[in-house]
Write a protein that binds this ligand. Structure first.
Ligand code: C5P
Length: 325
């Protein structure tokens, strides 16, 4: 009898827990979907003024269980405090001991660079078209240059040059996503967007615009870059974790720069066109500008899973991909 009562109590507890779990899921959807739906009733039926908007709602749940519009994508003083789980995860990516105060570095950064809330202007009147330009060798002989330059925003990644490759990759660069080890000089009109994989990357950014004392991370890095200080932006560490967990479901150790850039574009643009993504048939990441070859599945990134996710975004019409040759 006692055993029966115990079992019944256990069953009731299990049912209660499952009930709470489903309520949480329902509640989460109830929070996120209406937020997105607020402007869906505008004429044209979209959340933006383009023909097709990234956040159009006529899709399966696949997109909206991954896309979280409330995640901070660019850092500023007000959103800079990191939740303990974010701080721990981010710290886990770093090869150095974390003996520098994060809040001090944030302070230094935002006394130098714009402390703004960027891209909070989404709405039914906005149609921001973006080209995300990766570094794949498939850009060579593509003649995509003029098409890429037609976009309002052209985001390039790491070292990918334009000079000498204009016909295939275009000449406009509104944003360049980089980290110290991949830094290059920028035009005055280009936003330098730092992707901080470690706190030293933030210190390097400050140093590059001031005393230039940091010349090494885990390899030698440039002590400075030519770039417009007033156009500097910094990706939020929480955004990197979000891309890893929500979009990559923890495949690999952390997402590739290209993949983070693509998801970043989904958050700041209304229409996303992807160029220069794609390995060779042998699974090698080749570049259009040098002879470096990396097996994309052997490093820290979940290359295959990134590709699958990108393909799903394509199938759902969230992005278009220009595959080149
Ligand atoms: O090689 P790198 O990291 O500078 O390239 C930037 C991004 O371009 C990569 O993170 C990847 O997403 C994309 N890429 C690609 N196929 C290649 C080379 C690069 O998809 N062959």
């Amino acid at each position: 009898m006692v055993l029966f009562v115990k079992r019944r109590t256990l069953c009731i507890r299990a049912l209660f827990t499952i009930g709470i779990f489903f309520l949480c899921v329902l509640f989460q959807n109830a929070l996120i979907h209406p937020f997105l739906k607020t402007s869906v009733d505008f004429p044209g039926g979209g959340l933006c003024a383009c023909d097709k908007c990234v956040t159009d709602l006529n899709d399966t749940d696949w997109f909206f269980t991954r896309f979280n519009p409330t995640v901070p994508f660019l850092l500023n003083r007000r959103n800079s405090a990191l939740r303990p789980d974010v701080y721990r995860w981010w710290k886990g990516l770093q090869r150095e001991t974390f003996n520098v105060s994060y809040t001090e570095v944030v302070d230094q950064m935002f006394s130098l660079f714009p402390d703004e809330e960027h891209y909070s202007d989404a709405g039914p009147d906005r149609c921001r078209t973006c080209a995300v330009v990766g570094n794949s060798g498939n850009l060579l002989r593509s003649n995509y240059g003029p098409l890429i330059d037609l976009h309002d925003v052209v985001i390039r990644i790491n070292r990918g040059p334009t000079k000498g490759y204009e016909k295939d990759v275009g000449s406009k660069t509104t944003h360049r996503i980089l980290y110290p080890e991949s830094a290059v000089d920028l035009e005055n009109s280009t936003h330098l967007v730092l992707l901080p994989f470690k706190i030293k990357d933030m210190r390097w950014l400050v140093s590059a615009f001031t005393a230039r004392q940091i010349t090494r991370t885990y390899i030698r890095v440039r002590s400075t870059v030519n770039a417009n200080k007033d156009k500097v932006m910094i990706i939020h560490p929480e955004f990197i974790k979000y891309v890893y967990e929500s979009w990559l479901q923890k495949h690999g150790k952390y997402p590739s720069t290209g993949f983070i850039t693509l998801i970043f574009a989904l958050h700041v643009c209304d229409q996303v066109d992807v160029f220069g993504f794609g390995a060779t048939d042998a699974g090698i990441w080749h570049h259009y500008f040098d002879r470096s070859l990396t097996y994309f599945n052997r490093g820290s990134h979940g290359g295959d899973f990134e590709n699958k996710t990108i393909n799903e975004l394509l199938l759902l019409n969230k992005i278009s991909i220009h595959k080149g040759w």
